[in-house]
Structure formats: structure tokens, C-alpha cells
Write a protein of this length. Structure first.
Length: 365
């Protein structure tokens, strides 16, 4: 009888997480460095808002500027650049001691559709096509080798359509285009979700980020005995045994502070407070991951229902489940267990080693 009662309690917890209400949303490190021409990469991958946002998350990147490249004439504007044969592009200022040009290109391939020569995702036309603008012979040779390696890898079903173009001049876009994803997060998220970029990239690359082969993603998970000592009972039960914590009586359901949530074991960034909302379920809920490459989704057929389980990529920890009943812009609800997460407030991001996420909160009013 006790086992039946316990099973009913567990089932009610799971179903409670499935039936959430959606409510209102809750609310790079500054580096001083001399930047040379050798530490600038100029790339085009469709909408520069999205490419800029992706590259700001790459390790070793100092800053990213949206703009126009590859056209004819001077001083293109957002109204004229397409007519002048310019392409939406970004310039990535990076620290070559932390990431190489080759690594940046591999990261670039994994955030676009290299096989689409008619534009990128929902944006069609030559002004949205993908391109690598090389500045010198060294960059050209690296780009040619990187493209050839990709073509021979067998990972793509079609030929690589990305152009390699000699850079003549890069024009920064208007100020309102710079850091658009932080200045206008709602409009940006609506656009990005509707563009199909993330769905297409995930279909092409799965959970690869393009940095795995360079050691950027390596993590040696502790053995079970170490995890039992490191984690609390509920943390271990949730992350290692696919458990579920009690609703409303957990650490982060009511947390309204600004910051990010990382995996309790590996520390990989998972969610941001900017995407957290009150779902009414009693568990912390988010509209989307902070880093899609750090999330793995799997089919879960337990407890007489089919759900989508969410796990962390590096640590393979059970985090929770994702449901299609969330608020805009994604319509998704990532229902997570607090026990699987560690919250890092924005004022501690720098000292905790997550300084590159500070810019997410700097433009929030």
C-alpha cells in the first residue's frame, strides 16, 4: 500500500510540471586589449543580429561588430546596402592566445547552414548569403583548408556554398543594429525563433558547437562515489537518478534575481534569468536555454506518457523536461529542477568565470 501511495505522489509531481500556467517574464566581460588586424575575423552568416549574438558567446572573443562587406561604393546604409551588393556581416575581435582563426571558422560552420547559397534560413537573397572575408593570404589558406575539410567530412548532404571573398572594406552598421539582441530582446527573440535558424542548425549539427575537437568542451565527470560526497541527497537523486524535487519547496522557483543558471556538476551555462517566467508549476521555468549547445533533449516514455527530457551535455545530468505550452517568443517551457542548477548572480559573473555573459544584463532597463 505504501508503494502505491508513493507512486501516486511521484506521478502527481510529474503531471504538475506538465500542466503549467504561463505568466509574465522575469527579468562580455570588458577587456582592455590592443587589437591588431591579425585578430579580426570577418564573417557573414545571414542576419547579423544572430551571428553577432552567437559569436559573443565564443571563448576568446573580445567584441563583435555588425556591418556590411563585399559590395561596391562607399558608406552603405541599411536602406542601401543590398542595392550596392553588400552582405550583412560581422567583425569578430578575438584573443589569438585563447582561440585561433581556425577555431573561429569551425565555430562559424556550426552556426550557419553552409550548404545554402541563396541566403540563410528565412532571409533570402545575396545580401544574406554566407561568406568568409579573408584579410590576407594566411587567412585565405586557413579558410580554404577549413572549407575543404568540411566538404570531405561527410557531415553535410550537399556541397558547401559559402563564398571565400577578399576583404576590401568593412562598414559598421548603424548603432541601433549593434548588440540588437540585448537592446531589443523581445523583438530579437521573436525574429530568431521565427527564422528557423536554431532548428536548422540543430538538424545539421545536433549538439555539436564546433569547438569539441579543440578541447573547449572537454569535461571529466567525477565518479559516482565523488558525486555522492559532492552533492546533497536531493541533488544526487535528481541529477543522477532522474528524480523530481517537490514543487514550490525548492531553491529557485521564486528566485527573481538577475543572473545565469549553470549545471550543478559541470558548471556549464544552461539558462538565464532573462528567460525565466512564473509558470505556476512550482518549478523554475524558462522559455529557452542560454546555450543550446549545452542542452540535450531525449524522448522519455516513463509514467504512461511521452515527454521530452532535458539533460546537460557535458555532465549528462538530468535537469527536467521541456513542454510546448510556454509563452512567446518560443512557446516552450523548460521545467527544471532547482537541485540540478546553481545560480550565479550577475554581480558575481566576472569572478566566477562567466564574465562574457555580463553584456546580457548591461542593456536591460
Amino acid at each position: 500500500m505504501k508503494k502505491i501511495f508513493l507512486y501516486i505522489v511521484i506521478l502527481s509531481l510529474v503531471l504538475g510540471c506538465q500542466n503549467g500556467n504561463t505568466a509574465q517574464k522575469e527579468g562580455k566581460s570588458k577587456m582592455t586589449k590592443t587589437i591588431t588586424s591579425e585578430s579580426i575575423a570577418t564573417l557573414a552568416g545571414g542576419c547579423f543580429w544572430c551571428v553577432e549574438s552567437d559569436f559573443e558567446k565564443a571563448p576568446g572573443v573580445i567584441k563583435v561588430i555588425s556591418g556590411y562587406a563585399g559590395g561596391k561604393g562607399e558608406n552603405p546604409t541599411y536602406e542601401t546596402y543590398a542595392k550596392m551588393s553588400y552582405i550583412e556581416a560581422i567583425q569578430v575581435y578575438y584573443d589569438p592566445q585563447k582561440i585561433s582563426y581556425e577555431q573561429l571558422l569551425n565555430y562559424f560552420w556550426h552556426h550557419i547552414d553552409p550548404t545554402d547559397g541563396g541566403g540563410q534560413f528565412v532571409d533570402r537573397g545575396p545580401q544574406y548569403r554566407s561568406a568568409i572575408f579573408y584579410q590576407n593570404d594566411e587567412q585565405r589558406q586557413i579558410a580554404e583548408k577549413s572549407k575543404l575539410t568540411l566538404e570531405k567530412s561527410g557531415k553535410l548532404k550537399k556541397p558547401v556554398a559559402t563564398d571565400l571573398i577578399k576583404l576590401t572594406k568593412f562598414y559598421p552598421a548603424e548603432e541601433y543594429h549593434q548588440n540588437y539582441h540585448t537592446k531589443n530582446p523581445v523583438r530579437y527573440n521573436y525574429y530568431r525563433y521565427g527564422s528557423g535558424r536554431d532548428k536548422t542548425v540543430k538538424k545539421l549539427w545536433g549538439n555539436e558547437t564546433g569547438l569539441e575537437s579543440y578541447g573547449q568542451e572537454k569535461f571529466n565527470k567525477p565518479d559516482d562515489a565523488t558525486l555522492r560526497k559532492k552533492l546533497t541527497k536531493i541533488q544526487y537523486e535528481v541529477t543522477q537518478k532522474n528524480g523530481t524535487e517537490p514543487p514550490f519547496k525548492n531553491e529557485y522557483d521564486n528566485n527573481k534575481r538577475e543572473g545565469i543558471y549553470v549545471d550543478i556538476v559541470s558548471g556549464e551555462p544552461l539558462f538565464s534569468s532573462l528567460d525565466k517566467f512564473n509558470s505556476g508549476t512550482g518549478w523554475p521555468s524558462f522559455t529557452k536555454p542560454l546555450e543550446t549547445g549545452n542542452i540535450v533533449e531525449k524522448e522519455d516514455r516513463g509514467l504512461f506518457t511521452t515527454r521530452t527530457e532535458v539533460r546537460s551535455k557535458k555532465a549528462d545530468d538530468h535537469l527536467g523536461h521541456v513542454f510546448p505550452d510556454g509563452p512567446p517568443p518560443t512557446g516552450l517551457r523548460y521545467c527544471m529542477n532547482s537541485a540540478a542548477l546553481r545560480f550565479i548572480p550577475k554581480e558575481d559573473l566576472e569572478k566566477e568565470g562567466y564574465g562574457k555573459y555580463l553584456n546580457l544584463f548591461s542593456s536591460k532597463k
